[in-house]
Design a protein around this ligand. Structure first.
Ligand SMILES: *[C@@H]1O[C@H](CO)[C@@H](O)[C@H](O)[C@H]1NC(C)=O
Ligand SMILES: *[C@@H]1O[C@H](CO)[C@@H](O)[C@H](O)[C@H]1NC(C)=O
Length: 339
């Protein structure tokens, strides 16, 4: 009977499948839409119980034989790129570093790598030929002299990193120099300074009692100055404290005069207020007599002679004035003062 024949054939076929190990492609797997080459992980589960061949129609896919097993790529098994070298196992002298790669994909004919196998490589490495060694300090050197010669200052002492010297890029721990304050127990010296010269004294001939005013007769006069502020061994002032010169005395002498040209305009006054004015003037100045301006002193030394005193000049009156003519004018185009 035909029905019985058909049944036997099916039994034979299923027997064959049972005897031969089921071909890999027919196994049911967990099928994933993405295989991550870097991590070797399966992502994006598409279904379970899918025939491996069906899942792997797309070579980008990946699969797991069981839920907790390794993920395998659908493409033919092949080695991943080598990982970067690991850091060296030591920071100085010699150590090692490793890298690895993994086999991803469906196991195919012999000669290809075995899926999820891993290979290692290791090599020697030496970041520095020697290891840094900390050095030791020498004894402190003597303190330097105080930085100032009076009052308080600073002094320093030093030590060197030589006992022993550090090795292989090492250093000493701590500071190589130290400072402290120092007291000289001395008050700072103050140098002397000259005051301004005094006014010249009256031009006269003291010894002989001759009146020399308003005449072609030389006298002598002096001025002095004092050195002030010297203290605590400070420097003395340099130079003489007295100055003597030859002179003609014209104090209150009546002399012929001449008008000066106009002076330059003076300042505008007031600087900020209403209607500022400027002024200039001409003055009647004495014409000094034509006396010789040098005399022979002791040892034939040539001495200068100076006129001394305020003479009374006589000029032709100008605008009815005898000594000073003044002119005033408003300052022009004055902007206001700010604030
Ligand atoms: C081995 O390779 C993996 C993947 O590239 C990487 O993450 C890991 O760091 C590597 N291990 C070593 C010791 O290099
Ligand atoms: C005398 O006067 C001349 C000319 O003014 C000047 O160069 C010289 O230095 C003066 N001599 C003294 C000792 O003041």
């Amino acid at each position: 009977m035909a029905g019985g024949e058909e049944f036997r054939l099916l039994v034979v076929v299923s027997w064959w499948f049972g005897v031969l190990e089921a071909p890999a492609g027919a196994q049911n797997v967990f099928c994933y839409g993405a295989f991550d080459v870097t991590s070797g992980k399966c992502n994006d589960l598409l279904g379970e119980g899918v025939a491996q061949d069906d899942c792997c129609l797309n070579h980008q896919y990946g699969f797991q034989l069981d839920r907790n097993g390794p993920c395998q790529a659908c493409q033919a098994a092949h080695w991943s790129d080598w990982s970067p070298w690991s850091p060296c196992s030591v920071s100085c002298r010699e150590g090692v570093q490793r890298r690895n790669r993994t086999c991803h994909g469906r196991n195919g004919p012999a000669g290809f790598c075995q899926a999820s196998a891993r290979q290692w490589e290791m090599k020697a490495c030496s970041p520095m030929a020697c290891c840094p060694r900390v050095g030791g300090w020498s004894a402190w050197a003597a303190w330097s002299p105080c930085s100032v010669t009076c009052l308080r200052g600073l002094q320093t002492r030093k030590r060197t990193c030589t006992n022993p010297a550090p090795d292989c890029g090492g250093s000493c721990l701590g500071d190589g120099a130290e400072q402290r304050s120092c007291d000289t127990n001395l008050i700072c010296p103050m140098d002397g300074r000259w005051r301004e010269w005094s006014e010249w004294s009256v031009c006269e001939r003291k010894a002989s009692n001759i009146r020399i005013a308003c005449d072609e007769l030389t006298g002598l006069q002096a001025r002095t100055r004092t050195c002030v502020g010297r203290a605590h061994e400070g420097k003395r002032c340099v130079g003489p404290t007295m100055d003597i010169r030859s002179c003609y005395n014209v104090q209150l002498c009546s002399l012929k005069g001449a008008w000066t040209e106009w002076s330059p305009w003076g300042l505008c006054n007031p600087p900020c207020g209403e209607k500022p004015m400027k002024s200039r003037k001409r003055e009647c100045k004495a014409i000094y007599p034509n006396y010789p301006m040098t005399v022979e002193g002791e040892n034939g030394k040539v001495l200068n002679v100076s006129f001394w005193g305020r003479p009374r000049p006589n000029c032709q009156p100008l605008d009815g004035q005898g000594l000073v003519v003044e002119e005033q004018a408003p300052c022009q185009n004055v902007p206001p003062c700010e604030d």
